[in-house]
Design a protein around this ligand. Structure first.
Ligand SMILES: [Fe+2]
Length: 173
């Protein structure tokens, strides 16, 4: 009666990405994944990859970033704001998100054949690199020292990211 064809089920995928529920570890893994995706995009540009290939990866980057950004804004930042008692740091992060989201919207509406397409992806990469530096350099260490329950926060973040990604993939499919 047992089926051994569970391979490739959704469970395996989420188990892979969520073997930690520490909020800061989760968000840091996201950052690493983002850097990796941008590095892959660079290679596509160097290889003169087709518009279709570049567009597919760019959309994947935009989706991953949208999920990350949404979870940070809705869950992590409000908790961090209370925990570290420094609104300025969080306000800056939100402002940076706004400019990254504007670039994401632009990339989503652009055609990969547009000669400015790669430049827009490059700008987004720079915005993300800046975001990563500030979060990992300042915000995360401060939150780590606080009394915030990073485990349950991480669970909430992981769930919210999955929801946002599912919505996006639904819209694209
Ligand atoms: Fe982040």
């Amino acid at each position: 009666m047992s089926t051994e064809s569970d391979f490739g089920s959704d469970d395996i995928e989420s188990a892979e990405t969520a073997d930690t529920t520490d909020a800061i570890e989760l968000l840091t893994i996201d950052h690493e994944e983002m850097k990796q995706l941008f590095a892959e995009y660079d290679l596509l540009v160097i290889d003169d990859a087709s518009d279709k290939e570049r567009a597919e990866l760019a959309v994947q980057i935009c989706d991953a970033l949208t999920a990350h950004t949404t979870a940070e804004e809705e869950i992590f930042y409000p908790a961090a704001r209370d925990a570290i008692d420094d609104s300025e740091l969080v306000d800056e992060a939100i402002e940076e998100h706004a400019s990254a989201m504007a670039l994401i919207t632009r990339i989503r509406t652009m055609d990969a054949a547009d000669e400015l397409y790669d430049a827009a992806v490059r700008l987004l990469q720079e915005a993300v690199e800046q975001h990563v530096l500030e979060e990992e350099g300042e915000l995360f260490p401060r939150v780590r020292k606080s009394s915030l329950d990073l485990q349950s926060l991480g669970e909430e973040i992981a769930l919210r990211k999955e929801e946002v990604l599912a919505e996006l993939l639904d819209g694209e499919g």
